[in-house]
Design a protein around this ligand. Structure first.
Ligand code: AR6
Length: 209
């Protein structure tokens, strides 16, 4: 059920991706940004060319928040082994901040997981650049692997402390750059509810013609 009222820039539709309050923003004639509430571990469009993005840390071996939920839902042993197979670039580091790596989705409904690492807001000297890189590299890895549908959480907006409004600006303006490369880019936003409201408002502002 769609409970919120949107302005003319948004067309409301329900998708079979398990979320609530789904709002669709057309990016071009052939693709769209979709914003919804929900649990990203439940998301899938076709289970073949779809990927969820995991807001991981540089070790890439699991953690709390969405990362913990994704590892549990994918099958912890299977996903941990796949992550261990990702080569270290420095001792203990598999995915430096702003970069992205891909693994299978194992027991998840989505076929792939793209692991990326957002900035720790208070420790990064240029958090907006790092966050934009995390989105951009996730989208690039998706494209290289023929992913057509991708779902992001609000990277860095939990444990990593990124202010929601600033994060939404970076997220949505970076996705705009990729408008022709993927069929649909989704945001699946979990908690707190205000993140969803901030994302919808920002998409309305940034995606206006
Ligand atoms: N589906 C969608 N979004 C979720 C889910 C879910 N199942 N669970 C949480 N979120 P966080 P970060 C939201 O902390 O800030 C981990 O320990 C959450 O409410 O998961 O990038 C990693 O191992 C928040 O809005 O990621 C790293 O060490 C958003 O996802 C560190 O946390 C991001 O919160 C990464 O921190």
């Amino acid at each position: 059920t769609v409970r919120c009222k949107m302005d003319d820039t948004a067309r409301v539709s329900t998708l079979s991706s398990g979320g609530e309050d789904v709002v669709r923003f057309p990016l071009s004639s052939s693709n769209a940004l979709v914003i919804q509430k929900g649990d990203i571990t439940k998301w899938s469009i076709n289970g073949v060319s779809d990927a969820i993005v995991n807001p991981a840390n540089e070790r890439m071996l699991g953690g709390g928040g969405a990362d913990g939920a994704i590892h549990r839902a994918a099958g912890p042993d299977l996903l941990l082994q796949a992550c261990l197979n990702v080569p270290e670039v420095r001792p203990g580091i598999r995915c430096p901040t702003g970069e992205a790596r891909i693994t299978g989705g194992f027991k998840l409904p989505a076929s792939h997981i793209i692991h990326t690492v957002g900035p720790i807001y208070d420790l990064d000297s240029n958090p907006a650049t790092s966050l934009a890189s995390a989105y951009r590299n996730s989208l690039r890895v998706a494209k290289e692997n023929n992913i057509q549908y991708i779902a992001f959480p609000a990277i860095s907006c939990g444990a990593y402390g990124y202010p929601f409004d600033e994060a939404a600006t970076v997220a949505i303006s970076t996705i705009k750059e990729f408008r022709d490369d993927l069929k649909e880019v989704h945001f699946v936003l979990f908690s707190p509810d205000i993140i969803y409201q901030v994302w919808i408002k920002k998409a309305g502002e940034l995606l206006k013609e």
